[in-house]
Design a protein around this ligand. Structure first.
Ligand code: HEM
Length: 137
């Protein structure tokens, strides 16, 4: 294995370009593995490795229940880590939602204000009518 890239930190975009039979990387447990030369040796076949490339393959790898010797092979294929901040996670999904809420807040506030004021207005009107219809009598 080439060791030139070992320990490098890749962005998800950089990593996901290595997604073909001539250049195939896997992302397992936040670590990047170059499986290009391993494709034809993989007991589970090259197809599954290719379809697991370009995305987080942790679940795919774990679901098979790979043996400890399979796990030991990972060390030889390791080329680097993934920049965690480039991986969309649950916490990364929250910020894009926040501006939405803030944008909606003004109209939400107006609606809430109206929901509060309109019944009050009707109540006031009812009392007003009652007062004015009662007083002449
Ligand atoms: C660098 C990552 C991987 C390595 C080093 C690896 C290695 C191995 C090894 C050594 C086996 C033989 C059984 C064992 O020892 O557990 C195996 C089997 C298998 N692997 Fe992987 N594997 C990798 C990734 C994957 C991924 C991502 C998938 C699924 C998408 C996968 C699917 C399978 C399947 C289905 C078998 C069972 C084959 C059979 O029993 O006929 N492997 N793998």
């Amino acid at each position: 294995m080439k060791m030139g890239g070992e320990g490098k930190v890749y962005t998800l975009a950089e990593f996901s370009q290595h997604n073909n039979a001539k250049d195939c990387w896997l992302l397992i447990g936040g670590k990047v593995y170059n499986v290009t030369k391993f494709l034809e040796d993989h007991p589970g076949g090259d197809e599954v490795l290719l379809s697991a490339s370009g995305k987080d393959a942790t679940d795919d790898f774990e679901d098979v229940g790979h043996s400890s010797s399979a796990r030991a092979m990972l060390d030889e294929l390791y080329v680097g880590d993934i920049d965690a901040s480039t991986i969309p996670t649950k916490t990364k999904y929250t910020p894009p939602n926040q501006p939405h809420y803030e944008q909606d807040k003004t109209s939400e506030f107006v609606v809430k204000l109206l929901q509060f004021l309109v019944p009050l207005l009707i109540l006031g009107l009812a009392f007003g009518i009652r007062f004015y219809t009662k007083s002449p009598a």
